[in-house]
Structures are given as C-alpha cells and as structure tokens.
Design a protein around this ligand. Sequence first.
Ligand code: ADP
Ligand code: ZN
Ligand code: ZN
Length: 725
Amino acid sequence: MVQERDSCGGATSQAPQSAAHLSVVVDLPQHSGMRGPLTYTHPIALPPGTLVQVPLGKREVLGLVWDAPVVQGTPDGPPQGWTLRPLSAVLEQLPPLSAHWRRLMAFTADYYQRGLGELALSVLPPELRKATPAALERRSARLGQALAKDAARAQQQQTAETAPALPTLTAEQAAVLQAMSTPEHSSSAPVLLHGVTGSGKTEVYLQLAQQALEQGHQVLVMVPEINLTPQLESRLRERFAGRRLVTLHSGLTPAQRVNHWLQAHLGQADLLLGTRLSVMASLPRLGLIVVDEEHDPSYKQQEGARYSARDLAVYRAHQEGIRVVLGSATPSLESWRHAQQGRYRLLRMPTRVGAGELPKVELVDLNLQPRGVAGGAGGSLLSTALIAAVQERIDRGEQSLLLLNRRGYAPVLQCGACSWKSACAHCSAWQVFHKVDRSLRCHHCGAAQRVPRACPDCGNLDLSAVGRGTERLEEQLPPLLRGREGGPARILRIDADTTRRAGSLQSQLAQVHDGDVDVLVGTQMVAKGHDFRRITLVAAVNPDGALFTSDFRAPERLFALLMQAAGRAGRDAEQSERSRMLIQTGHPTHPLVQALKRHDYEAFAASQLEEREAVGLPPFSHLAVLRVEARTVEAAQAFLADATAWVRADLDAFGSAHSPITVYPAVPAPVARVADLERWQMLLESTSRPALQVLLRQWSPQLLALREAHRGVVRWALDVDPLSL
Ligand code: ADP
Ligand code: ZN
Ligand code: ZN
C-alpha cells in the first residue's frame, strides 16, 4: 500500500489514537499508481461493504470499507510516524455490499487489470457518489413509501384480476426445462441454450424466472441493448405483473439509475433487466442469471475496465452457486467450445414454435446479374430478383426488410476530375456523405462539415457519391416499386441516424407493427430481437465486405447477424412457409454462405473452430492487447518498445513460468489515427490463461511507471480477451 501525505492519501495529523483502522477503497485516478485500499480511522469497526465518505486530499469522496482492516505497523500499514485521517461519514441507511459482490469486484479488477477502487466505485450509480447521508435517507424513505403503495395496489388488483394464462410448453421447451430440473443438472454448471430464432427461448427464461421468484430469489436478465428488445421488457412485466421489475442501462436518467440500483440493492426489486453494466448490480437475493443473445459483442465493455459481462455473469453465478443460462441462436465460438468440452451444458431447441419454419435462404449470385440494372449506378446493384421479391410482398400486403449495415448516403464523396476524396482531417478514415442534411461526417471522431459546393482541390463542381448506405438505398427504392393502391411504396429507414431522439425508435417500430410500412430499410439495429409479425422477406443487400477482412471474428459476426436477420421473417407461423431470406453475394460458394443457406450453425461453428485451431486463435488461445493513443507515431512506438522490452526481459528471466506466451510486434490499429491521435497496439497470446494473467499482473505496474517517461502518450489500456484486434 502506498500513501502520499498531501496529494491523495488519507494521512494527516489529527486522528484519535484509539480508533479502529479501516481499509477503504476509493476511486483513485489510474495515473496515481495507487490501486489498493487506503487506511482511515473510525471510533468503531464497520462491516466490509459499508459505504462511507472519506477525505481524499482536499476532496470528500465516496468509499467502500474493504475486507482486511489494516493494522498500523504491519507491512501493509502506513509508514512509521504517519497518522491517519478519520472517516467523514457513514452511509448507515444502506446495507453493506455483500461479500459476493465484493469478490466479483476484486476478480474483475484483477482479471481486467484495473484499480479495485476505480472499478468498484465506477459501477455504482453516479448519483450515489454525490449523495450526502441525509439525501440518501430521504431517497430510501421515498422508495420505502413507493414500495408500500405498490404492495397495496397489487393486493387490490389480485382480488379483481387473474394470473395471465401460461402457454402450453412445446415439447422442446418442456424437455429443456426438465433437463435443468433433474438433480444431477440442477447444479451450477452454466447452461448454453442453443435455440433457433422463434424457438421460444424467452418462454424458457420466463419459466426459470418464475421458479426462482417462487423460491424468494431475485432474477437478473441481461440483454445486449435494451432499446432493441422492447418485447422482452413487456413480456416480463406482463408475466410478473405482481412483482417489481427495474431496468439498468445507459438510457436512464441519473435519478432513475440510482433509484433502480437502490431497489435492487435493498432487495425491493425482484427482477432486474439490464445491459452489460447490470452484471455489476448489487442483488442480495440473486438466484438466476439469464444472458440473452450471449454472442452479442455489446456485452464487452470497450472503455475503462474492458470486461465481458457475459463472462462475468458466468463467474458470478459460479461464485454464488446459482444458475446461469446463456441463450443464443448463434452462440459465440467461446461458449460453443465450452459446451463441446462439457464445461457448459448444451441444451438445444432446433425448431420454431407452432410448426413455423425458418425462412428459406436464396442466394442471388451477383456475378450472373447484368450490370446497370435497378439502381446500379453509384452502388453495388439491386438485383431484379430482389426487387421482384419485394414487389411480390407489397402486392400481398406483407412486409420486407432490407438489411444494409452501413448508415449514411454513401461512404465517400469523390471528385470526378482529380483524386480528391472526402478524407477526415483528423482520422485515417473517409467522411461519410449524409444527403439528408448535406453533411460530411466522420463516424470515428464525429467531425462534421457541410458538403463543399466544389472540389476543395481543383474547383470541379462534379462531386460524386461512391458506394451505398441506408439513406441511398431508401432513395433508390421508390422508383423501382409500386405501392398497393397504385401510390408509392411506403419505405421506412431505421438506423442510428433516424433514432437519435428519445422514443423515435419506438414510434418507428410501431409504424412497422401497425402495417403502415411496406419496406423497412435498416442496419443491424433492426435485425436484433424484434418480433415482427408481417415480415416475410429479409434481404441482405451487400454482406460480402465482411467475408474478407483482417478481423478474424468478422465471419462469426456476419453469420450471427444474418441468422438473426433471417429470424425476423416468418415469425407468424401462418406466413412462415412463404417467408424467404435473399442474400445478394458475389461469393455464393463461400462456406459461410453455404452454411447459412442450410441454417446450419453447427457446421459453420465446426469450420470456424477448425480454422481457429489451425492458426491458434481464440478460443484455442487467450489474447491481451495493449492499446496506445499518442500524439505522434514515434511516441506510440517508443512506449510500446519499452513495454515490449520489459515483457521480453521478464519472459527471459522466468521463461519456464511464462513459456507459452507469444509477444507480437507493435502494429498500427486498423483505424490508425482517430481525432488526431495515433493508435498503436501490441498483442500477447498464450495457450494458458493463468500464465497470461500472471504476466499481466506484473506488467501493468510497469506500464504505469512508464508513463512518466512517455509524455507523448495520451492514453493506454490493456484489453484482456479483446473482441477486435
Ligand atoms: P426466441 O426468443 O427463441 O426467438 P420467442 O420466445 O420470442 O422465441 O418465441 C417466439 C414466439 O412464439 C413468440 O411470439 C412467443 O410468444 C411464442 N411462443 C413461445 N412459446 C410458446 C408456446 N409454448 N406456445 C405458444 N406460443 C409460444
Ligand atoms: Zn477535384
Ligand atoms: Zn474523424
């Protein structure tokens, strides 16, 4: 433990001599180099997990009493002659955070190489960190009153209303639930529920939740992106009308966030539905964790502590001895391999509810299409087969979904006379042309400007848009389609640009559900989770880009996205027989495309795992990336050179312990410059997770120490189990 007299530490000169010594974690800035708890005094000992206010330098901050109280004079105690400062206040209204929760924090901080205090305090609601004891007392009292009112209302309703009728389980649902209830499998081995879209996974979650609630437990249900799964929240609310459900996600106001967190922590909430951060919530009666769409990359935090909420859910369940269910139609290859090794228990639901079929996948071979058809100018073509299929749906009063995973009008604007292109001045990327407001926008740094009237380099007036985004697709479709009553076809675009205002996504989805839309154009946003009832055609307009990128996970993601998109079609069993997925591709024989055609996740997974094993990529190895952002390339390289030198020296010295670790040379990041910062990275790879962890644990203090000598480095971070390289 390190303490500094004036700047950060808790030491001054006026502490009572006979007080208890408490170790308290506070949010210390990373660059302070201090990661462990600080020591404060208090007249009496306080249980670990108690929230307290402590002086830190000249500030008052929130802290958490941590486990081992530090005794003065022990090796971990303050240096001789130091006196300790007392706690300022104890937040007595709040029960202490549990030992389970503290262990989760300690594990996460250690595994992802972050400061314990930084992590533990950052996952508490920001409002809590500002709260005075008096304000907290008022808030808790209000929550208590609201709870009493709710209870009274629920009691009244129970005597008017009957419980909602439960659906008769399908044979597959019943088998899965049965398998989970047999004694030998009611153990806490994680369950991987591999169920095709529409197989009724949600009903399985609801039944498991019901069981847990009846036993007096709390239930945590995690989703990758809460705004994209409105049905799940309403289904939970409907099924558990008498129970209190709260949500946790970044879309809440600070006041909502602290209220919901408190209800979970105080045990008032029975169900918590949330995004990745909810895995860190305090749930004293937790009995079940469900991770829906477990393969989704949104479960990985991309800044600060770069944790995988899916992996932490598994850790948390194991540690608390409770069940965790990971559900997906296209499990991550990590989870799939765990299941194959028997570490996770695999349960399957291969058919759709109600004899519904998955849409038949048809390939449109772009090599065979005549050039220049339908909207071909300025973008890859829209095949006649695709247009005909959409028209057929319009004529029948059904809906189509056109998936194009690129927003904006065109990815780049170009001069016809010289070589000018709309490069971002701050990034190594093109600025995207948005026609709606005639702007050029960088999707990396956010820089935006009006479209120039003439080429900035040569003055030529003829600037052309190259390629196609959702805006352009939306514009190209109307002349190619007839609406039902002779009018224009009704086309709606949904992407990050059309859904910026709060509530706009919901109202746009309502238009689709109400049948006011013939063709829905959208990015991956519309492929996820929605229970559309009238869509009978899903078309992937231009998925080929992801087949050949340097990102080794790109095929896995593309397969998951297209399977999920396919799942939006034919959800109404009556229409499922004529539902289709069309894939426009120049590579119809590609194994990914072929597996997709057969809806064959298992074949796809097997081929991917084979490829990964051959080259030693995850899940056959474990990765950590050191990412650096610096003002110059030289500064980034110098930092990484020193960091590399340390690792190599360490591996030389302790070769046997770390032998399975490979150190790769530093390279520029895929987007090498963002917002005027140069981004470089280096990769460590090991077949042994523990060996990698040992090395990282020793390396991170070295990296902290390097900062002093490398002022040109603005940020650096370790990314353990990175999702992208
Ligand atoms: P998944 O989550 O696997 O994609 P859902 O849980 O959304 O599938 O189920 C698809 C549809 O089938 C939903 O409309 C749901 O209400 C319905 N459903 C699920 N289970 C049953 C059942 N046992 N009987 C009737 N309908 C069901
Ligand atoms: Zn020009
Ligand atoms: Zn930029």
